[in-house]
Design a protein around this ligand. Sequence first.
Ligand code: HGY
Ligand code: MN
Ligand code: MN
Length: 433
Amino acid sequence: MVLLASLLAFAQGPARHVNQQRLWATLEKLSEFGRPAGAGFEGGVTRVGFSEEDLAARGWLMQQMREAGLEVRVDPAGNIFGKRAGSEKFPTILFGSHIDSVPRGGNFDGDVGSLGALEVMRALRDGKIATRHPLEIVIWTNEEGHHFGRGLLGSSAAAGLLSADVLERRDEEGKTLADWLRRYGQDPARLADARIAPGALAAYLELHIEQGGVLDESKIQIGVVQGIVGIHWWTCTASGFANHAGTTPMNRRQDALAAAARAALAVREEVRAESGRQVGTIGYVRVEPGARNIIPGRVEFPVELRDLDAAKVLRIWARIEKRFAEIAKEENVKLDCVPLQADEPALTDTAIQNDIRAAARAAGYSTLDLPSGAGHDAQQIAKLAPIGMIFVPSRGGISHSPREYSAPADVANGAEVLYRTILLLDERLNRKP
Ligand code: HGY
Ligand code: MN
Ligand code: MN
């Protein structure tokens, strides 16, 4: 009997330190903040940064962090931190993610890394584990950038990458970032104080769902992230002339939507014109005046380009701009684009990649090295400290959708690898030669 039990335990791999049930129950609880009416956990969530739902979720999470014995504080950018002391005066090992979502998103993007970090802190407390380095959780503000066209907002502030003018940028409701920060109880004038001092961090780790289908298809449990793509955003406006749809002959039109439609296809062609994994997207069009019997006079649309190579993105953009100028001339409209955000690609630290691989191996999980096509706060924190990212499988590779899903065991595996990687880092960093 004993032999059978130990054989079974061996087949299942070493026991986890983190608690799968507790972590999953916490994910389900968080999903209630922003859950669509009548839906269950699998119905997705709308909890965009700075919304009422986000505000309520933040309050609940801070309470959970306090109950886990952490010292909680909020910085002037609204980033939430929860600290656990170390035995030495060493820089902090920071880990976390975000809890804001895209509109009609899922309950895993950001939540897994945030609550996985909380579970690690709970497990360390349960096991009475002391570390040499102080450990700190972070929940970054407004990662998705639904408002103001500024994603990675909190981590950008922490890395000193925000220009002061972002405070006066208005969202679609006419509110400025300064207004929103006041709602978070912060003084916008102090935004620059959110900057984390150079040398304050020993390392930054982020656990996240893959948001692509590689791990799921290959049945691999843990992804070791090699690097995170750069993300460039522009806002473009096609300005034509709104006129009667029945009386304006086809050759006399200045149709802003026709120009925007051609622009969308030009973006796709230019992105596809080179080999590689670069991607380009036009995520919405706002058509004015927006009536069946009026020729569109004005159309706003964004262009987003991503790649691990920033030079490639700029090269593709230069070709797109040329195509837009040709389209504008042919359609007799104005087509102008202004840059909104450019977040650089970032490579993860190779020594931390090794730690993540070793942690996964020790826990009995398979691993695969892969790049991240999604943006993450880690790419901003790479300016301050060596970073590492742990991915877990996303079912069907679906994300930014209510159908986003990762299995409870996969989520717990990721948290276990986070737990073990933190302890490996605590061991390896700041050792005297
Ligand atoms: O848009 C993104 O890549 C992200 O999920 N923040
Ligand atoms: Mn996302
Ligand atoms: Mn995310």
